[in-house]
Design a protein around this ligand. Structure first.
Ligand code: VAH
Length: 316
């Protein structure tokens, strides 16, 4: 059984991916790592290492200590936070990926690295965005993800590194809070509605964005990593989709459960980021190559988020 290292394990996706991989592979085979001294409670059941992925020696020491053979490299600065510190976002997002890809040349069997719909830009076709199309991202996050995709394909073709990647839409889950994304309004809105508060949305009401419930994102990630290498025909990064909705649409769905919930709209700098992204994604390559199928639409997402969050939100 390959030992797996998850970098960024305390993040929104990392938390849930760590839990699921431990269920599938055995807790002791999945080493979680993040910048924090201690793991968050949800993943404190198994091995954890404090790791700054910019520290090459510390990274290689962990690879050796546990005889790691697979790395899920999730650590990154997301779109909104990246625009506030472009130089750091580029450095972290790119240099850490190259560190992991280099390790893949001689000591790893498989690598997972997340890309994003942020690789698309203002002149990309907005509807049913194809796998291969015009890509001119205008955020440092999107630029770093597009460059990262090119490096992944380069390391696969030049060195045979088995690195796999997905272009995630906005991810929504209840177990761990997101950090610094433009799509994070779709998580914030549930916390506000359930706490009985009004919500001031930082995007305009008709901003259509591709979104996905966290369980689907975790399923797609593991399905891609577990499929035979011969099925992985895209070595940059696969388009991945489940649903698209606007803030107005998700608010209406929530109001079916909380009729008094009120939303107002006050677009900020994140509106320009969202406007540069597609409204919907063609993920037929993932569906044809390795059998991707999503399970959650807007209704199922809303029901699940409310069912799980309402027992954890402290009411004012
Ligand atoms: C962000 N949640 O908003 C991320 C994601 C498609 C968006 O990459 O930056």
């Amino acid at each position: 059984m390959d030992k797996i290292l998850i970098i960024g394990a305390c993040g929104q996706l990392g938390t849930e991916l760590t839990q699921r991989l431990r269920e599938l592979k055995g807790t002791e085979n999945v080493i979680a790592s993040d910048l924090r001294d201690e793991p968050i409670k949800l993943i404190a059941d198994g091995p954890y290492e404090k790791l700054d992925i910019m520290d090459k020696d510390a990274f290689h020491a962990i690879l050796g200590r546990y005889n790691i053979k697979q790395v899920y490299h999730l650590a990154a600065v997301l779109s909104a936070k990246g625009e506030q510190n472009p130089q750091f976002a580029w450095k972290l997002n790119m240099e850490s990926l190259l560190l992991v890809l280099e390790a893949g040349r001689d000591r790893l069997n498989k690598i997972y690295w997340p890309s994003s719909i942020a690789v698309f830009g203002p002149d990309t076709p907005k509807e049913n965005t194809p796998q291969n199309t015009v890509m001119s991202p205008n955020t440092v996050y999107g630029i770093s993800k597009l460059a990262g995709e090119r490096w992944c394909e380069y390391y696969f073709e030049k060195y045979g590194v088995d690195v796999r990647s997905l272009r995630y839409p906005g991810l929504i889950g209840y177990k761990a809070l997101p950090g610094g994304g433009t799509t994070d309004y779709a998580v914030d809105i549930f916390h506000k509605a359930i706490a009985g508060d009004d919500y001031e949305c930082f995007l305009s009401e008709n901003t259509m964005l591709p979104m996905m419930y966290m369980d689907d994102a975790v399923k797609a990630t593991i399905d891609l990593m577990e499929t035979d290498a011969a099925n992985v025909k895209v070595r940059s990064s696969y388009n991945l989709a489940a649903m698209s909705f606007t803030p107005k649409e998700i608010a209406s769905e929530i109001q079916k459960h909380y009729p008094d919930f009120k939303i107002t709209y006050k677009p900020d700098f994140r509106q320009k980021i969202a406007d540069s992204w597609p409204g919907s994604i063609d993920d037929s390559a993932a569906r044809n190559n390795w059998g991707w199928q999503h399970n959650f639409g807007l209704k199922e997402l809303t029901n699940t988020m409310i069912a799980n969050l309402k027992d954890t939100i402290v009411f004012d």
